[in-house]
Design a protein around this ligand. Structure first.
Ligand code: 9MR
Length: 367
């Protein structure tokens, strides 16, 4: 009896799973072309694409995207694993791919509390270094990295995630050792290393009003002290209800009103239950539970429609403010490679990017 019920449930589940629509003729031209009057359409490159093994994703990138960010391989711990030893081997490959395919290349990231050069905050005894030492190390890192990629990277995420949601400074080692002007110094060093390259102050949850205000105030302060900051970067790691349409609109407008151009740097949308509240805080972790993985076996029609309509709601806001948005980058090529599948809970099924795992495009982009 139990088995019959189980079979029936399985049949019903299979029956109600919906198939993604086939790509329409209109999509043959690719997304970058479709939105060329609005903004650049970007995505990221990770190990499987750099090594050339993920052919499906590489084809999608070539066809649909005209901007590229290195997901991990230009981060501090990768490019300077030991003091004075730089490793640009992976970064160079990403940059070569971008150049060969005529893409806008984004460097990610010069100063971030997560994945920094591991040794950078401490001396050989394991004690925290002085302000002067950290400034010197930060300067050397930024200068060497920016100069290495000079002429090949169009824009750098200079400082990432420097603020808390309440608008206060994140108490990162950079902040604690140097003070709040670590941001000023980072922008100064980046500009000195490559006066042509565009510079971004990047963060998540920028739609939180106090955080947004803090970022705007900081960019104004940097500019008024003569420093170059070209864009605020809004990561836009979204959930089904945050940020709301209204919060997005208000935020986009605030930047316009303050003459600060935007890049949407890491857009994605999680549609599975999320136990940690609204955050992209990388240290958050939770254990796997079935209830947090509702689409493990299939995605039903109703949920597919809801996900697409939420995507559309957000993307439409980008479109209607496109005069102030240089680029919209989605943080993942297909759903299969998204960081969301393993954060904050490992091994789940989610639909965060523009393409389903099999390479079919999300329906909202076909309209
Ligand atoms: O997608 C990245 C993932 O592969 C890494 O494990 C993670 C660890 O630092 O970083 C992810 O990318 C982050 C980005 O660099 C900065 N903003 C938040 C992104 C998602 O966590």
């Amino acid at each position: 009896m139990k088995r019959i019920v189980l079979c029936a449930a399985l049949m019903m589940a299979l029956y109600s799973c919906s198939e993604p629509k086939k790509n329409s003729v209109q999509q043959e031209e690719g997304l970058a072309k479709k939105y060329e009057q609005n903004f650049k359409i970007g995505t990221i490159f990770a190990q499987p694409q750099i090594e050339g093994v993920d052919k499906l994703s590489i084809d999608i990138v070539k066809k649909h995207f005209n901007a590229l960010t290195a997901e991990n391989c230009m981060k501090g711990e990768v490019v300077q694993p030991e003091q004075g030893r730089f490793d640009f081997s992976l970064g160079d490959k990403v940059v070569d791919f971008a150049r060969q395919n005529n893409m806008y290349m984004v460097g990610h990231v010069l100063v971030w509390h997560s994945q920094p050069p591991k040794w950078i905050f401490t001396d050989s005894q394991g004690n925290r270094v002085s302000r002067d030492t950290l400034i010197e190390r930060m300067k050397n890192h930024i200068t060497t990295v920016v100069k290495h990629f000079k002429g090949k990277v169009d824009a750098w995420d200079v400082v990432n995630e420097a603020f808390e949601d309440d608008g206060s400074y994140r108490k990162s080692p950079y902040f604690e050792i140097i003070g709040e002007d670590f941001i000023n110094l980072a922008f100064k060093f980046a500009h000195e290393a490559d006066p042509e390259v565009k510079l971004i102050l990047n963060d998540y949850n920028v739609c939180k009003p106090q955080k947004c205000d803090a970022i705007i105030a900081k960019i104004k302060e940097l500019r008024s002290s003569g420093l170059q900051v070209d864009y605020a970067g809004m990561q836009m790691h979204c959930t089904m209800d945050f940020p709301s349409k209204n919060e997005i609109e208000t935020t986009l407008k605030k930047f316009e009103d303050n003459n600060i151009k935007l890049q949407i740097t890491e857009f994605d949308l999680t549609s599975i239950p999320f136990p940690m509240g609204n955050t992209a805080e990388i240290s958050a972790r939770a254990d796997y539970q079935e209830k947090y993985d509702p689409y493990k076996n299939c995605l039903d029609d109703d949920s597919r429609a809801k996900i697409n309509s939420r995507f559309k709601e957000i993307f439409d806001s980008f479109l209607s403010h496109s005069q102030n948005i240089e680029r919209v980058t989605v943080w993942g090529i297909t759903d299969k490679g998204s960081w969301r599948l393993d954060w904050p809970i490992p091994g789940r099924t989610d639909f965060p990017t523009f393409f389903y795992s099999d390479g079919k495009m999300k329906e909202f982009l076909m309209e």
